[in-house]
Design a protein around this ligand. Structure first.
Ligand code: PLP
Length: 407
């Protein structure tokens, strides 16, 4: 609709742009210092190893753990797989039962599916309407065969933050390991796995202004000493838990991103939550809108809103030359299935299909948010003006009771 050729990025939960300071730190490791961190016999290797050690400290420091507890991976998908399958194999003598949640990321759900095929038993907890799990249901699901509880820190679609400390206490009480996919929380809000009772935690550089293709798994080393069976075998890198030549430039960038996040996250979060609230206010001023997810327990930079009787993908077409956002169908790649996360929260297909996820980031400006809010509002009104369903709704027809003819 618009002739304006500006481009506004409000899809930071999908991936964040690299911070230029991160890119500056990485560049020399592509050209000037090309060594393999495992080459012990020459200065190129030593330089690379030193850079990896330093980055490991930076990453560990962000979450207040020991650098020996960080295993570098190719991203969070790999870290999720390593945690789940690695614990399943390592603790198979203790039990075969894992508890997780219906609204987890596919990297967790599909790994659990594989574990079931390998003889594991998986309980998928439901969530309440606000996206939070019920702690009593969690506790009731634990059996003497339960080896792992896997609950994501913050949801990628809604930003809803689970009651992590309470889950940690339940795990401790029952002697069960606690794994969290913390991709959407690390680097954005303070995350401290030790204080929270988390024993394994996956996160990734490209959601915190670092490069794509590098992530980490935190594995607790003391009280309890946790071990995972490697899923990639080879040269025995990462203390045998993850073989493969380390992505030195990527790891250097991850380290720098972690250092910046540690220093700036508080300031970023305060600014972004104000901007998010401003955006949300403008969008919820439109009639018949619903915010999806617990507003009192949410990441500061995300909002997920349904615009009743407006189809999200169609709505996006009214502005997607200018604004990048996700619709309630987007997370399962190219499929137009309504979001399973929103459906698990009890939304019907119509409300799930009419939702947009807007996620702000370090480089989002106030004018971007204002421009986007206006464009989205225009799009919603445009779609509703064209919609017979909206017209019927405005005329007071009870849409639930309408019997639609087949012809
Ligand atoms: N877990 C969550 C919650 C995510 O949002 C993502 C990213 O889409 C992943 C895991 C996968 O991370 P990566 O892209 O590093 O494999």
């Amino acid at each position: 609709m618009s002739q304006d050729n500006r481009l506004i990025y409000l899809d930071n939960n999908s991936t964040t742009p690299c911070d230029p300071r991160v890119v500056d730190a990485m560049v020399p490791f592509f050209t000037q210092y090309p060594g393999n961190a495992a080459s012990r016999s020459h200065p190129f290797g030593w330089k690379a190893e030193e850079a990896v050690d330093y980055a490991r400290e930076q990453v560990a420091n962000l979450i207040n753990v020991d650098s020996k507890e960080i295993i570098f991976t190719s991203g969070a998908t790999e870290a999720d797989n390593l945690a789940l399958k690695g614990v399943f194999e390592m603790y198979s003598r203790k039990g075969n039962h894992i508890i997780t949640v219906e609204t987890e990321h596919k990297a967790v759900l599909d790994a659990c599916d594989k574990i079931e095929k390998m003889g594991g038993e998986v309980t998928y907890l439901k969530v309440k309407e606000n996206g939070l799990i019920d702690l009593q249901e969690l506790e009731a699901a634990i059996t003497d065969k339960t080896i792992l509880i896997s609950v994501m820190y913050a949801n990628n679609e809604t930003g809803v933050i689970q009651p992590m400390k309470e889950i940690g206490k339940i795990c401790e009480k029952h002697g069960v390991l606690f794994f969290s996919d913390a991709v959407q929380a690390v680097g954005k809000i303070p995350v401290d796995p030790k204080e929270t009772g988390i024993h394994l935690m996956a996160f990734t550089a490209h959601k915190m202004y670092g490069p794509k293709g590098v992530g980490a798994l935190f594995v607790n080393r003391k009280k309890p000493r946790v071990k995972v069976t490697s899923q990639l075998d080879g040269g025995g890198h990462e203390r045998g838990m993850r073989s493969g030549t380390l992505n030195v430039p990527g790891i250097v960038g991850f380290g720098k991103a972690a250092e910046i996040a540690k220093k700036e996250m508080e300031k970023d979060a305060a600014r972004l939550s104000k901007l998010r609230d401003r955006l949300e206010q403008k969008l919820t001023d439109i009639e018949e809108t619903v915010i999806n997810g617990a507003v009192e327990s949410r990441m500061p930079h995300v909002t997920n809103i349904s615009f009743k009787h407006v189809e999200g993908e169609g709505l996006m077409m009214t502005f997607n030359q200018n604004i990048a956002v996700s619709s309630g169908s987007a997370c399962t790649s190219a499929s137009l299935e309504p979001s399973y996360v929103l459906k698990a929260m009890g939304l019907g297909d119509d409300l799930a299909h009419s939702s947009l996820r807007l996620s702000l980031g370090r480089f989002t400006k106030e004018e971007d948010v204002d421009w986007a809010a206006d464009a989205i509002a225009k799009g919603v009104h445009h779609m509703r003006d064209l919609s017979p369903i909206w017209e019927m709704y405005k005329e007071g027809v009870d849409l639930e009771s309408v019997e639609w003819s087949e012809h």
